[in-house]
Design a protein around this ligand. Structure first.
Ligand code: HSE
Length: 405
């Protein structure tokens, strides 16, 4: 029997306890021995809850108990999770986390500390919830040079965008409904501004490159400015709008970005709807592959933590190498990257001939329901060039990047 502890008994932490309890037979078989949760660390008291028997408020009780070999860190946020994780690793205990913020900030350092103490820092649940994307990159695709990763890695925003598309509803209205249904946080900023997706693509980009991608270097744009009209245009063009987290190996280095983009029906992520996540991966030998499933929520995320617990139990006393070095990598210059753009123009201020003169020969998109404006698909140009033209053009209403054809 291996003794484990859970840091943080919130939604995910209680889910981890549930998965370990309900699937104990399967877990025992896979791990080669049973897993028992000896302690739960939380500041709260949980009066009347059976968890009280295991509850401790002092992390040192766990860290100083030689029986405990595995910690599930489901506290979220940087501190005290960072300090508590370091303490555990330095005591030779493996840590399995769902904490994407901590992994994005300190992943490489925590992996190094784990290596120095013959234990492991595993973070399957930090990206894509229940989708095994981290293990896929670290094991199944280790032989590949990963050329491109594009993902829908935030369930909240994908739910909102799907509702806006299918029901023609406005952003604020759908957000409110999502909050009432528990699909969006009371404070939804990290999701709707793209910060959560940014951290996740920083983690994936680091694993792609084997070095550290700083999430603060990644251009990030959320979904708050999207409107019902944008979706009407998207439909007319046989496209939809998705918040994509993208990282691509270019001649100038890794180009990473989080932004809402128009994608057509031929795009593998077009049909990923609702709270689901999907990650598209292109390898230099493998070609294209895609990983799809429940990207958030208590049990899918807890299931991913439990998978790491099994791995940690199987390899107690051994460090499994993860190719993520601390050296910071400089990303390719985003303003120099090229694509085409969809731009909405005020018909009273910008005639079609002027749009063509400004942006080059493109395609006009009309909507009968919006007679005062029209859409224009620009030819491929750099982000910098487009931004300069767009900003100085009186009558330019809004713009969305286009991915693919
Ligand atoms: N807020 C995140 C999401 C939770 O909506 O995807 C999972 O990381």
């Amino acid at each position: 029997m291996i003794e484990a502890a859970i840091y943080g008994y919130g939604n995910i932490g209680s889910g981890v306890a549930e998965v370990i309890e309900k699937n104990q037979d399967r877990i025992e078989k896979a791990a080669g021995q049973g897993i028992h949760v000896k302690y739960v660390l939380d500041l709260r008291e949980f009066e009347g809850d059976p968890v009280r028997e295991k509850l401790v408020h002092d992390v040192d009780i766990i860290v100083n108990d030689p029986e405990v070999k595995i910690i599930c860190e489901t506290m979220g946020g940087n501190e005290p999770a960072y300090t508590f994780t370091k303490k555990a690793l330095m005591a030779g205990k493996s840590v399995c986390t769902s904490n994407k913020e901590l992994v994005a900030n300190h992943g490489a350092e925590l992996i190094r500390i784990a290596a120095e103490h013959q234990c492991n820092y595993f973070f399957e649940a930090s990206v894509g919830g229940g989708i095994p994307i981290i293990r896929t990159l670290n094991n199944a695709l280790k032989q590949e040079n990963i050329l491109n990763i594009s993902g829908i890695v935030n369930g909240t925003t994908n739910y909102i965008l799907t509702k806006m598309e299918k029901d023609g509803a406005a952003f604020e209205e759908v957000l409110k409904e999502a909050q009432e249904l528990g699909f969006a946080e009371r404070n939804p900023e990290a999701d709707v501004e793209g910060y959560d997706a940014c951290r996740k693509i920083a983690i994936l980009s680091s694993l792609m490159s084997g070095r550290s991608v700083d999430y603060q270097d990644i251009y990030t744009e959320g979904i708050t400015k999207l409107t019902t009209e944008d979706f009407l245009y998207a439909k007319k063009m046989d496209k939809t709008v998705k918040l994509l987290a993208m990282s691509k190996l270019t001649e100038e280095g890794y180009l990473a970005m989080v932004a809402p983009v128009l994608i057509g029906q031929e795009h593998p992520l077009y049909n990923v709807n609702g709270v689901f996540n999907a990650v598209f991966v292109k390898g230099n030998m493998l070609g294209d592959s895609m990983y799809y499933g429940s990207g958030a929520g208590k049990l899918p995320t807890a299931s991913a933590v439990a998978a790491d617990v099994i791995e940690a139990a199987r390899f107690t006393g051994t460090h499994l190498q993860i190719d993520w070095g601390e050296e910071k990598i400089a990303l390719a210059d985003m303003p120099s990257s090229k694509r085409s753009f969809f731009v909405r123009l005020d018909r009273n201020k910008v005639l079609e001939a002027k749009a063509a003169a400004e942006f080059g020969n493109g395609r006009v998109v009309f909507l009968e329901s919006l007679p005062e404006e029209y859409g224009y698909i620009t030819p491929v140009m750099s982000e910098r060039e487009f931004a300069e033209k767009f900003e100085k053009l009186d009558g330019a209403i809004s713009r969305i990047r286009i991915e693919g054809k």
